[in-house]
Design a protein around this ligand. Structure first.
Ligand code: SF4
Ligand code: SF4
Length: 56
């Protein structure tokens, strides 16, 4: 299991510093999560203003 960021992302950047394993980076049109690095903690989802990170 890991989180992924949906197209709802507005690229605000709030989630990036909250990830304890540095799995979040800025992509071309939204932020992206490295699924191999994600430890499923949910911190990104808790700070996102538009609920873009979802568990998959
Ligand atoms: Fe990082 Fe946790 Fe979000 Fe995974 S769920 S991308 S580990 S903040
Ligand atoms: Fe995108 Fe949400 Fe992260 Fe902001 S906090 S960059 S809207 S996923």
């Amino acid at each position: 299991m890991s989180y992924k960021i949906t197209d709802a992302c507005i690229s605000c950047g709030a989630c990036e510093p909250e990830c304890p394993v540095g799995a979040i980076t800025a992509g071309d049109d939204k932020y992206v999560i490295d699924a191999a690095a994600c430890i499923d903690c949910g911190a990104c989802a808790s700070v996102c203003p538009v609920e873009a990170p979802v568990q998959e």
